[in-house]
Design a protein around this ligand. Sequence first.
Ligand code: PSU
Ligand code: MN
Length: 309
Amino acid sequence: MKKYIELSQEVQQAKEEGKAIVALESTIISHGMPYPQNVKMAREVEQIVRDNGAVPATIAIIDGKIKIGLTDDELELFGKSSDVAKVSRRDLAQIIATKKLGATTVATTMICADLADIKIFVTGGIGGVHKGAETTMDISADLEELAQTDVAVICAGAKSILDLSLTLEYLETKGVPVIGYETECLPAFYTRNSEYQLNFSTDSIDVIAETLKAKWELNLTGGAVIANPIPEEFAMDEEYINGIINQAIKQAEENHIIGKDSTPFLLGKIKELTGGKSLDANIELVKHNAKVGAEIAVSFNNKTTLVLN
Ligand code: PSU
Ligand code: MN
């Protein structure tokens, strides 16, 4: 297994020193945002993680290896290239075997982070049950991964390109805790609120870290979702953005976009239809998640590491 994994120098050193590490995904860079804002976002997010006492590990597949931590040039490559594969659990072995360039989704970043023993992972939004999934069966592999892989995902909830109600039902069935950080309801990515109440909310980073520790020490396998709403000043108008999202979904249907192309198509359309305004909100919420995620990682690390001196 080890022969497939390569840690960056920064991550290697962090491991040796017992520092807190935060995993970051690469599909958000290659398929979630346009160049050059994507690379700028990735660099800023890494720096925010460092500024908050943890070490960032952006994960991607390069030349047959799972890279845990990317160099600046590698980040640029992922942001710029048009032939990066979107790698979900299904695709991982094949992309490694054929030595292709692969960006990891939430599901695959969880798998790779777990292989490298990194438990805290920051992103923008998770995939979920798509609207109309009763007939299309389009349910993101992210949810199955959350059901089985021991990594906590800090996100701003999920976009209402998804059916938020069915997404929560699915997570409940699979036993995945959804913890609201400073919110009582599931945030809807561009907006702070939704009509869906969460059954566990806290304002304490420490309680989140303690909850994760208890969960995994009890062998309650699987991940957790930490839902962290977009800061008020960057939130979008709910009616406006939902109108745009519905237009994007309609266009996806008209163009028969299915499977793994669905989410990137919708993200791109939303950006286009808002004249780039959605991108600004997207970047700001990821940065906020990076801060909160780093704080959780530090707290979790303090609870679980044996301090020798
Ligand atoms: N949702 C977002 N931004 C993203 C994604 C989802 O708001 O960038 C990306 C993530 O990498 C996520 C993936 O894991 O899309 C989900 O794709 P699918 O729906 O095909 O499982
Ligand atoms: Mn899908």
